[in-house]
Design a protein around this ligand. Sequence first.
Ligand code: GLG
Length: 830
Amino acid sequence: MEGELYVRLGYTMDALYRSITRHLAYSLGVVPTQASKRDIYLALSYSVRDRLLEKMLKTNQRYEDSGAKRLYYLSMEFLIGRSLANNLRAMKIYDQVAEALQLLGTDVETICDQERDAALGNGGLGRLAACFLDSMASLDMPGFGYGLHYDYGLFEQDISNGYQREKPDSWISEAPALQVERADAACIVPMYGRIEETKDKWGRHNPLWLGWNLVTGVPYDIPIAGYGGLTVNRLRLFAARPSTEFDIKIFNEGDYLRAVEQKIESEKISKILYPKDSYEAGRELRLIQEYFLVACSLNDIVRTYEKDYSDFNKFPEKVAIQLNDTHPALAVAELMRILVDQKWVPWERAWDITNRTIAYTNHTLLPEALEKWPESLLARLLPRHLQFIYDINQQFLDRVVTLWPGDVDRMRNMSIMEEGPPRQVRMANLAIVGAHSVNGVSALHTDLIKKSLAPNFFEMWPERFNNKTNGITPRRWLCVANPNLHDLIEDAIGPGFVTDLERLRELEPFAEDPAFCEKFMQVKHGNKERLKDVIFNTTVVEVDPASLFDVQVKRIHEYKRQLMNVLGIIWEYLALTEDGVEPVSPKTFIFAGKAAPGYWAAKQLIKLIHNVGNTIEDDPRARDFLKVAFAPNFRVTLAEQIIPAADISQQISTAGFEASGTGNMKFALNGALTIGTMDGANIEISQKVGRENIYICGLTAYEIEKMKRAGSYKPKAMYDKHPMIKRVVDSLASDRFCPRESGLFAWLKDYLLADNEMFFHLADLESYVKTRELSTQEYVDKTLWAKKAILNVARVGHFSSDRTIRQYAEEIWDLVAIPPTEAEKSGKLK
Ligand code: GLG
């Protein structure tokens, strides 16, 4: 963008300065000289929001003019983190804002640091949705997010004496700087009530849904800026409010207290994000949330469509709906209900439209995460939807019977209804039957969907199943998180790679260039210095940036095997202190991650990590060589500080359990080397970066599957045979790591030695420790290490979410880009 254009867009330093001071005065009522950092942060956010909204309106106009198909991404989670710095980079006004803020006596980092994370998600699934929004906007695609406007995002994690404590995260107080309320687009959502079987005037069966409660869905729009700032899409989040009509009725009956209760009941729906990752609790309120999201979104989608079309024949050509996991699977029943009950579309035709519109992404194979809802609950909450589910199931099972007559097992297995007691509705089956596309999120994961999760469905509809390997947005995970690395790369290969990440390949020759390697390692060192301060300020642990930073940050979950990492640390500790093994390099083990509040084992692991760290710190023989730090309250912002500083990235889930992982991609893009199992996207990462530039260990998914089937995993035998495994496991049973809380970790010995230990910790331990040793040896060879790290960066371009979104657009959605017009590009459009 040249100077003249900046003037027209109001993107010059002067214009931005004026805008900030105007917002200080008129939005916040403060004079610039007395403004606090927070005031300035808010005023800057409003100034940015003004400009984004203008572009958002223009973008929308452009989409309307083109009549193009739109994609709606339905997700219970959007883990967007902070927005301000990302928006400044996207709009390319970071430097101008930095100057303007200097005039106000402050600096841009300090001000961006005032923002609180929008933690409207648990982990990978929610963050993927956020990366997808960024990519769709950056690719000029009409793709929109639909989610819930939670008052409370994911809890904040405090650590007290090594134990996790949860505190509410009141995101709502921060939201106004980002969003606009769209009361004009509010909708009404019915729930509960009963069915009355009537006949229409032609004497046909005509069930009526009556006596419902009403809740209002109020949308809030968050602008999502594409890179370059000309295409701005929106994320629409719905908040639940009491329906005024309903309140007035009760008020008129004179029951004031009941009216107030009703109001509180309604608002509960969007109060809080459920804090479980890859696992559902089966609570009624959660189902209500899922339905509320689906009902509000479809109402909006249908209304938008009806502005241009008077019948629904073109619906699948103009609308694509992607279900982010099964959480919004009720969309299948809701779209049928709208078409059949409200728009009088015949059932068969409605089914065809629904099926061609909806697509479903599966994110996990964990059995406990496959949602099922009791039939009785659905009968009470959504009686009409349940009828549609029965009809869909009946029609579907009729086809199964025709194809496989007499195969009762197959029918039982494929049915949307699971026989009880209690009878339940299987949401994954509903999604698979209702969608024209079912995709996994890595090659291995998709393979496992076909072979073990849904083999019967795959046999019936092989063309329906496809893979879309996950990706991450380089705008946030490189430009914002690691600006110095971005600049170094740009100096080497020129601009343009941020929207064309495969171009990072051009870095390959620089892996042999000593001067470049030197600069690359300097950037890494700078990031480690920065992280050292963050860790010291939150934990009082002092880490040494010259040591190897070995990092595992993600949700705490048994399958992710933070425990195996700890076993590895204890192994090294024992070797160092008791066997006199010379340390190859000082190492710092950095952990971060939240445990679901009700997940006891995960919370114990957090405690174990702290205690092992303390024991080592108290041991003069070890403390100069090994250090363990647990950074509290992991969130997007902390990830942005940790990932660029990592030397080693630990991705050691039990093979077959991590659908894809996306942290693995973020680390590689920032020049960390992976120690990983052959799980999820690790496999594809290893193919891209080259087997010699990644440390692979452990059993494969198929080996584990085979051992499980044969019942041949005998951890006790491994313990008996291998002295070091025995010493490590026994140290947990002793009070070595819990001198003041005797017996605290004794359960872990029984856990690890049980034949039914699901996650194969001991099976992989030796291979894992050997691989760690190798990586440490290579780390001290600085030339070798720099080369491998640079090759990781150079070869990881495939894992841009731009590539993923292009694949979804071409292969599932049939969605095309609608790029800015010449007038928009020149800023001359009014
Ligand atoms: C899931 C999986 C991750 C995956 C993510 C995004 O567990 O492996 O990378 O979705 O597809 N619940 C999750 O975070």
